[in-house]
Design a protein around this ligand. Sequence first.
Ligand code: ARG
Length: 396
Amino acid sequence: MPDNKIVLAFSGGLDTSVAVPWLKEKYGADVITLTIDLGMVDLEFIKERAMQVGAVKALTVDGREPLVQEFLYPALQAGAIYEEQYPLATALGRPLIARYMVEAARAEGAFAVAHGCTGKGNDQVRIEVGVAALAPDIKVIGPIRDWGMSRQEEIEYAEARGIPVNARASRFSVDENIWGRSVEAGELEDPWLQPPEDAYAWTKPLSETPDEPAFLEVHFEQGIPTAIDGEDMSGVDLIPHLNSILGEHGVGRLDHVENRLVGIKSREIYEAPAAVALHAAHKSLEALTLSKDQSRAKARIAQEYADVVYNGLWFTHHRQDLDAYVRSTQRFVTGDVRLRVHKGNCTVVGRSSPYSLYQYKLATYDPGDDYDQAAAEGFITIYGLPVRTQNQAQSQ
Ligand code: ARG
């Protein structure tokens, strides 16, 4: 049935591998897999696996550059961190995946797209709302949500169809792209338990990190990191470079009990060394270059932006409007930030900008400043006027 095609977003794991024969059997359709490289995948291996489990075609795409330019950097400029912890790696990848799924479905003439998300998470929402925004006529199928198989039943289903099952599959559920690694399930489901060391892959435990601190300089142009230690780097190189240096120092481990969109609280750990450091550096450069009012307004927008990303509302006019505001605030967020990296901590120890609003001549306590201390008196008289008035008129 050549005109009955489904495009399946395919990671090569057990769930999406089982989804291939399941979709074929349930819909009588040809399954075309689509694997998107957002930084951490072996495309050739996954392509082979897709054909092995019965796909008619295995599409692959390198999504790293669009991920960085269109999603990660705007979110960095916005200061988007969910619930003060999570830099949104998984959440930022989903709308891009949805976009590629729609493009592939159009190019292949597929009537539906399918994904491997469960019915309990945020990712089903992000992908399905994303597809609905871009192509409301395309059907979305969530096989894992629909088939109601237990893990064991899934393994039996796979074995019955000759699909190789990796028996030593991790007890954790992991999602990663260059902005971070998200890990849940296994013992992490007990929020009282300290995460076991083998839940981490990008960051060293403190016992193995160098005793000496390292220093890094990040250069920003209009809120975008463009160089590390004087060396110009594109985002696709800069982010993994930071991940590896900072990961060696144990920077970027986060342990978060978060509020999912579907109403569940869940405990997830994250590793996001570059994202944590870049957010800290960017924020400190903003402290130097934005006015107090801009900083305050922007902090509120940051929270809104994070919610929009987390809640799957990327392809909305609201997000575009927030982006327009954020972009405008970044005109003078240019300069350098010096970071000290040591034993799991990444601290800003210096910042400078050609557009700095910090003026030594105003701030200094040394003689010869530009600040007229005598003028403070009149300012205080007027500023304190309503306080004096109320205390006089309403004292009892
Ligand atoms: N909780 C994160 C989010 O909603 C990550 C979800 C995927 N996590 C995973 N371990 N597979 O964005």
